[in-house]
Design a protein around this ligand. Structure first.
Ligand SMILES: O=C(O)c1ccccc1NCC(=O)[C@H](O)[C@H](O)COP(=O)(O)O
Length: 379
């Protein structure tokens, strides 16, 4: 049991949805299948074998496997890694007692995640994983996100720009009433953006997957980041099926093995994962994961909304050496408004920046890029 416990405590929690507790009439109860999967996992010596087994088995039941086999709840496994964001719609271990109905979210990020759990389970009920995997295979081929950033960085000798197509945000409310995602995307591209970030969350950001798909099917050639709150591998395949070239993974939300597992899925799909961190603990967790190529340091606390650009500098002072050694590209995210802000994070060591508010609020978001950099960007 002990070895399984060690193995299962790092299994992916990502693919759980409340519907996975139910069973269909034509197959054994899902819990039994979960236990079978757990037994397969028990035999696996290496983490790779566990991942392989999960990929070829009932991967969406892994959360149940962890709970029933280890006696630990998903939230306690996450908390042991310093993750404060709790899951709500999750299977419960009997020792936890019944229901979390009276629970209230501790902060906006937790609220977003709880809403996302409901949204994803509803979307999955309409379009199961297998179908979404099939759709992803018919999507236009992925574009090289990191290649576009690297080329723009050397072209301009300034951080490459990931310009954000964002209508609203929880911290700022509606940022732009007159919101045409394709026009905004074209104007960003014409003015030197290397890549674009498209918000797809509807409830809190007034974004959509339709926006992502429409921009992908337009004349815009920049690689596209799907700016989502990913908790389930289903969302990665769905994003790819809508034309995403990259996807955001937030370390404050995802346990280590979820990140590893999702990175592998991204790699198989030819997508880039932008892994976002906010503090030293999250950065250290991510730096231990093999295959990470792109890290975003967010200057906005997603729990308090406080923005502090010195966060990028502080984290790079502490871990810049290891980041450079590993050849990881760093993106400075949030709260960048002036050429001084851009120079500040550039000097701190970022090669790219992710900017929303300061561009999208201007009458012509693309032309605002020259104001942000203090010069025109080469295309
Ligand atoms: O922007 C928010 O209010 C927010 C709240 C909770 C979770 C995420 C949030 N924003 C996502 C981002 O980090 C930004 O969209 C992105 O980094 C661009 O930031 P900015 O240039 O400050 O718009």
């Amino acid at each position: 049991m002990e070895s399984l416990l060690a193995a299962s405590s790092s299994l992916p929690t990502a693919a759980f949805s409340p519907s996975s507790l139910s069973s269909s009439s034509s197959s054994p109860p899902r819990f039994l299948r979960a236990v079978t999967a757990a037994r397969a996992v028990r035999c696996a010596a290496a983490k790779d074998s566990i991942l392989y087994a999960l990929e070829h088995d009932e991967m969406f039941n892994s959360a149940e496997v962890i709970q029933w086999e280890s006696g630990k709840s998903i939230n306690s496994i996450a908390a042991a890694q310093g993750i404060r964001i709790r899951r709500r719609c999750r299977p419960r271990y009997p020792s936890e007692g019944s229901g979390t109905d009276k629970a209230v979210p501790r902060n906006i990020l937790e609220q977003i995640i709880w809403d996302k759990e409901v949204e994803v389970s509803q979307r999955k009920a309409k379009k199961p994983l297998q179908k979404v995997i099939e759709s992803s295979q018919h999507a236009p081929p992925p574009r090289d996100f990191i290649g576009a950033l690297t080329a723009a960085y050397s072209r301009n000798d300034a951080p490459a720009l990931i310009a954000e197509v964002k209508k609203a945000s929880p911290s700022r409310g509606v940022l732009r009433e007159d919101f045409n995602p394709v026009e905004i995307a074209q104007s960003y591209e014409m003015n030197g953006a290397a890549c674009l970030s498209i918000l797809t969350d509807e409830k809190h950001f007034q974004g959509s997957f339709e926006n992502l798909e429409t921009v992908r099917n337009s004349r815009v050639k920049c690689p596209l980041l799907c700016k989502e709150f990913v908790i389930d591998i289903w969302q990665i395949y769905y994003a790819r099926s809508k034309g995403a070239d990259a996807i955001l993974l937030i370390a404050a939300v995802l346990p280590d093995l979820d990140i590893k597992y999702m990175l592998r899925i991204c790699k198989n799909l030819g997508m880039t994962a932008l892994i976002e961190v906010h503090d030293e603990r999250e950065l250290d967790r991510v730096l231990k994961i093999d295959g990470v190529q792109l890290i975003g340091i967010n200057n906005r606390s997603l729990e308090t909304f406080k923005v502090d650009t010195s966060n990028t500098k502080t984290l790079l002072e502490k871990r810049g050496d290891i980041i450079r050694e590993k050849g990881i590209m760093v993106v400075g995210e949030s709260g960048l408004f002036t050429p001084d802000d851009v120079a500040y994070v550039h000097n701190a060591g970022v090669s790219a920046i992710l900017v929303g508010e300061s561009l999208i609020k201007q009458e012509n978001p693309g032309q605002a890029i020259a104001g942000l950099y203090g010069k025109e960007l080469l295309r």
